[in-house]
Design a protein around this ligand. Structure first.
Ligand SMILES: C[S@@+](CC[C@H](N)C(=O)[O-])C[C@H]1O[C@@H](n2cnc3c(N)ncnc32)[C@H](O)[C@@H]1O
Ligand code: SF4
Length: 390
């Protein structure tokens, strides 16, 4: 319930996430909701299910306009350009979309060639995110990838030729047996191929993945830190700017869709296991919902009723932590006004932790802006723990 003294929740921009839950084969480090394709891709049925899912979401969305679209997975590039065109057409007919919105599709180099990228471009996709991980063949093998470095380079060339001037390449570092030099070589090779965006993720051993149960030998922490420093230097020297823990953009071509998540914006999610978050200004509530995770169950549930698997409200006492968990990932931090508008709380809610972190040079506050200092950036988890509700 909103108290009279509480700031009013104001609806933030809303993105649309579409989840495609299949891959040719499952990588041993990955805990995304993705499943190895054991038979033919149920392409038509799934695209129809997504359309039904969106129809149901439309009621909750009302007249709000979608400001970004992200087709992720899994491996969305398993889907033909025709299916993606159908999906985009349906989205544009069903909900109001900004005419200039960023439309990203995730692609795996083992599933694409020029004609497919060209088809996606013609369909209206204006940004690609290509999962490269590494340009070292032995490393790619160890990661269980379905492609080698040559096909990764070919995929990036094909993206350029197809007309994409805005695309991301995903790289991982801290890989099994990786040296500092080989991590640097990966970034060097990516830069040479001129993507507008590079995501540089440290490999994490996620619970319930094959890498977790049978752990590969990873570089020692000091070497991982040295990799991060050396790669950052290289990226900076080549005109990339880090705007989030793992995200680097050239010419300010940030991923608008992901940036909206990190700014505690709203999103609806369609597809197996997709999550959504919506701010309801009439009830002054922020709700989350999620869809059936298993692709078969998801498609079946949509035919008989609804794809919802659950929903919850983000209670007031959890909002400050959730906001900070996202926003502090961004180099520039956040505006104080936005904290109030997106959480319905006054900035004093962050006290006394905020003042203590500022005193210890972990956070900065200038006029209307709060964010992590260089020191704080290294200890993000420690800062965040302090904002956990008691
Ligand atoms: C959902 S995947 C989409 C890309 C596409 N499926 C592919 O792998 O080519 C998004 C990215 O998350 C990163 N990722 C996945 N699992 C990870 C892990 N355990 N640690 C760090 N990064 C990971 C990889 O860089 C991957 O490209
Ligand atoms: S291809 Fe991408 S989504 Fe699929 S298992 Fe590998 S990392 Fe995960």
């Amino acid at each position: 319930m909103r108290q009279l003294s509480d700031p009013e929740l104001i609806a933030p921009p809303v993105g649309l996430y579409v989840h495609m839950p299949w891959c040719i084969q499952k990588c041993p480090y990955c805990d995304f909701n993705s499943h190895s394709l054991r038979s033919d891709l149920p392409e038509t049925v799934y695209i129809e299910a997504l359309a039904l899912d969106l129809e149901q979401e439309k009621t909750r969305l009302g007249s709000r306009q979608i400001t970004s679209l992200f087709i992720g997975g899994g491996t969305p590039s398993l889907f033909s350009a025709r299916s993606i065109a159908q999906l985009l057409q349906h989205i544009q007919q069903t909900v109001s979309c900004s005419s200039t919105m960023e439309i990203t599709l995730e692609a795996n180099p083992g599933t694409v060639e020029y004609a497919k990228f060209h088809g996606y471009f013609e369909a209206g996709i204006n940004r690609l995110s290509i999962g490269i991980q590494s340009f070292c063949d032995s490393q790619l093998k160890q990661l269980g990838r379905i492609h080698d470095s040559q096909s990764a380079i070919k995929a990036i060339d094909a993206a350029h030729y197809a007309g994409f001037d805005n695309f991301n390449t995903d790289l991982m570092f801290g890989l099994p047996g990786q040296t500092i030099q080989s991590a640097v070589n990966d970034v060097q090779q990516a830069i040479a191929l001129n993507p507008s965006h590079i995501s540089h993720y440290q490999l994490t051993l996620e619970p319930e993945t094959p890498f977790y149960y049978s752990q590969p030998v990873l570089p020692i922490d000091d070497d991982i830190w040295a990799m991060q420093l050396a790669c950052s230097e290289l990226l900076i020297d080549n005109g990339y700017r880090q705007y989030e823990v793992s995200a680097w953009a050239k010419d300010e071509r940030r991923c608008q869709h992901n940036e909206n998540y990190w700014k505690f914006g709203d999103y609806i999610g369609i597809g197996a296991g997709a999550h959504g978050k919506l701010t309801q200004t009439t009830t002054q509530q922020i709700t989350r919902c999620w869809k059936q995770k298993n692709p078969r169950q998801y498609m079946h549930s949509l035919q008989v009723s609804q794809a919802f698997d659950g929903a919850s409200t983000i209670e007031k006492e959890d909002r400050a932590f959730e906001f900070m968990m996202n926003q502090l990932r961004l180099k520039d931090g956040f505006q104080i006004d936005q904290f109030s508008q997106r959480t319905g709380l006054t900035i004093d809610t962050l006290e006394p932790v905020l003042s203590s972190c500022i005193k210890n040079n972990l956070l900065f506050r200038s006029k209307n802006q709060i964010g992590s200092t260089e020191l704080g950036w290294r200890y993000l988890d420690t800062i965040l723990e302090q904002f956990l509700p008691v």
